[in-house]
Design a protein around this ligand. Structure first.
Ligand SMILES: C[S@@+](CC[C@H](N)C(=O)[O-])C[C@H]1O[C@@H](n2cnc3c(N)ncnc32)[C@H](O)[C@@H]1O
Length: 422
């Protein structure tokens, strides 16, 4: 199948909320790279392009796009941002709209793409925003000011750099990979290419992990020889950090597919977990009487903090997704509480921007479990001499936003709380 037709179909699957792994089925590396570039650029520009299309049409494009409307968005993306010759773009996407969608759609796609060709210079000069859909903006408005949302939107719309966590010698790896060393010792690559081609990947010297995500295990401090239960562990970024820090780790996740990825990652890194268990976290804990020095719960969440790498999130996630996640997180937190030794630690994290899943979830947990207290996370436990002050909240939580260190490449939205059982 033609790569643009396939890209149109993949785009529709991604917008339906299903993660699409069909990129992997595109065997030609150049075609795969093109499909990714096209789709990710279009997802970042979709809200803006819909606004542009609205100027040329009496009807606004709906929230749920038809396949021919997706063809139109991809055509506009190629004309405006990928510099494909215009004549080829217009006729290709007219054909795709006719082939995949309503046979009358070709005329509409043709008319709008021709207008975009005419006005492309002035359209390109307009700003990048809006990136967020109305629903997504509403989700953030619960928790952030207009100014904060504008900053998040500005930096989240940019293609993110690649961060890696190294087993050791971060300065040396930063040099070897021509990368920047971040305050937490993550190594940041601004133009990485395919990860598996980079030096050190096959030898298991490092693993891919966003700056923000790496802070959770750092917040634990010294965990040498501690028994750690890593709940919701796959694909294992934090499991690897825990093992690297000398802990004995039991990793639990509900998804066998994702655990397979975790096993592959640990094998490549030459790391060994004590146990790897496929189970729902609540069921696992209810059937066990074991207690741990540390439970690390990197909870399932709305994943709204990963919007830079998954720009479809701004078109697909709503407040309902946050509400659903809050229920699951609370169930796991409640049952995890009784499996922590006295004096032990519960480390809770989510890659969500929504405070209902972070700050509020933990405030509710503390009210319901008076044997737990918040241990304020300190800057010195996360960073050396260099600091990122705006990352710690007044309660002592970590709250990462894509706008923090924005001009250096930003970070995922992320929340971390450290609690101690008294
Ligand atoms: C945010 S990801 C974890 C990322 C991982 N900790 C890391 O650092 O690489 C959340 C994980 O929770 C798992 N999950 C979702 N619901 C679960 C449940 N009820 N019990 C156990 N695992 C669950 C998912 O399969 C997913 O792998």
């Amino acid at each position: 199948m033609n790569i643009r037709t396939l890209s149109t179909q993949i785009y529709q699957t991604i917008l339906s909320g299903k993660l699409d792994s069909r990129f992997d089925t595109i065997s030609d590396p150049q075609e795969r790279a093109f499909a990714k570039k096209l789709i990710f650029t279009a997802l970042r520009k979709q809200t803006f392009i819909k606004k542009v299309i609205g100027r040329y049409s009496s009807k606004q494009l709906p929230q749920k796009l038809t396949i021919e409307q997706i063809a139109l968005i991809l055509g506009a993306t190629e004309i405006l941002y990928l510099n494909t010759p215009e004549y080829a773009v217009v006729s290709t996407y007219v054909d795709i709209a006719k082939q995949l969608g309503n046979k009358y759609a070709g005329g509409f796609v043709n008319a709008v793409l021709r207008k975009i060709c005419q006005d492309k210079d002035s359209i390109r000069q307009a700003s990048n925003v809006p990136f967020f859909s109305k629903n997504f903006r509403r989700l953030l408005q619960n928790d952030y000011t207009t100014k904060q949302i504008a900053a998040i939107e500005k930096y989240a719309a940019l293609e993110p750099p690649l961060d890696i966590t190294v087993k050791s010698n971060p300065e040396q790896w930063a040099q070897t990979l021509d990368a920047k060393l971040l305050p937490n010792n993550s190594v940041r690559l601004y133009s990485a290419g395919a990860v598996y081609t980079l030096e050190g990947y096959t030898d298991g010297a490092w693993w891919v992990q966003d700056f923000a995500s790496s802070l959770a295990v750092k917040a634990l401090g010294n965990i040498q020889e501690k028994n750690v239960l890593d709940l919701c562990a796959a694909p294992g970024g934090k499991t690897a950090q825990l093992i690297n820090a000398g802990a004995h780790v039991t990793a639990v996740d509900i998804s066998e597919n994702r655990l397979q990825k975790l096993r592959e990652n640990l094998n490549r890194l030459n790391f060994k977990a004590e146990n790897i268990i496929c189970s729902d976290a609540v069921t696992y804990l209810q059937n066990s009487n074991q207690t741990f020095d540390v439970i690390m719960l990197d909870a399932p969440c709305s994943a709204t903090g990963t919007l830079r790498r998954h720009p479809e999130i701004v078109h697909t996630k709503t407040i309902d997704d946050v509400t659903q996640s809050v229920i699951v997180q609370k169930q796991i937190l409640d049952v995890a509480a009784s499996h922590i030794k006295k004096g032990g630690t519960l480390l809770y994290s989510v890659c969500s921007l929504a405070k209902a899943e972070g700050e509020k979830q933990i405030a509710d947990f503390i009210s319901a479990h008076n044997d737990f207290k918040i241990v304020p996370i300190t800057l010195s436990s996360l960073f050396g001499n260099y600091t990122v002050p705006e990352i710690i909240t007044p309660e002592g939580f970590v709250r990462c936003l894509p706008s923090i260190l924005g001009s250096e490449g930003g970070m995922d939205g992320f929340f971390i709380a450290k609690l101690q059982k008294e």
